[in-house]
Design a protein around this ligand. Structure first.
Ligand code: DX5
Ligand code: ZN
Length: 217
């Protein structure tokens, strides 16, 4: 059985009581903690930023997986590194000089991820796939938790896997949006290596058990 990375998304946590949710994450079988940074420009929503991530880093024992849904991410790569990001993902659609962005993330010792919006084809990664550590496929339009899974993401996972093999890349495939036990199982069958889950974990009656169930898929 492959080891699938489970990354609960803090976006659906209780922001009035983050300590409680972070204690739960620390205790859980989660591999990464997914942190969604939104700027109100790249996506139609604003989430949280630097001070929150710094505070989370002081408490959280899991790998911090930071998903930047912001324009001009290059401006903040060094800041997110200092704040404790270990995986830093930028959007393909937000980067004019993606190769340079990726190199900077890796030079700082972080894993470099590239996220694709639902409409962005896998083929656009052809010239960069060998340089990146994580391909993040959005299975919802980014900006909000709790949205419906877009079925086309399953085919994209399979196509991303083909490209990774063809180019001899060591990138892993992470899927973000609408993940639950049913979509998660199908994504793993299609070749996903990492699953982000926000509302499914934090809105469940027993988040610890839900993470365990995802891990057992
Ligand atoms: C959406 C974010 C996701 C979000 C997923 O823009 O990138 O990480 O938290 O939420 P769910 O799992 O509820 O779809
Ligand atoms: Zn995300």
């Amino acid at each position: 059985m492959r080891n699938i990375i489970i990354a609960p998304s803090l976006l659906s946590a209780d922001f009035a009581n983050l300590q409680k949710d972070l204690d739960m994450i620390n205790e859980s079988q989660a591999d990464w903690l997914h942190l969604d940074v939104m700027d109100g420009v790249f996506v139609p929503n604003i989430s949280f930023g630097m001070p929150v991530i710094g505070a989370v880093n002081r408490v959280c024992k899991k790998t911090l997986d930071v998903h930047l849904m912001i324009v001009e991410p290059d401006k903040f790569i060094d800041d997110f590194h200092k704040l404790g990001a270990q995986v830093l993902t930028v959007h393909y659609e937000a980067c004019t000089h993606l190769h340079r962005t990726i190199q900077r993330i890796k030079a700082l010792g972080m894993k470099a991820g590239v996220a694709l919006n639902p409409h962005t084809p896998i083929s656009l990664l052809e010239e960069i796939i060998a340089d990146i550590d994580v391909v993040m496929l959005m299975s919802v339009n980014p900006g909000f938790g709790g949205q419906k899974f877009i079925e086309n993401a399953l085919d994209k996972v399979a196509r991303a896997k083909e490209l990774i093999i063809k180019k001899g890349s060591s990138a892993i495939i992470e899927v973000d949006g609408g993940v639950n036990l049913e979509t998660g199982k199908r994504l793993i069958e299609a070749g996903a290596d990492a699953l982000v889950a926000g509302s499914f974990v934090f809105n469940s009656a027993n988040p610890l058990q839900t993470i365990k169930d995802l891990k057992a898929l």
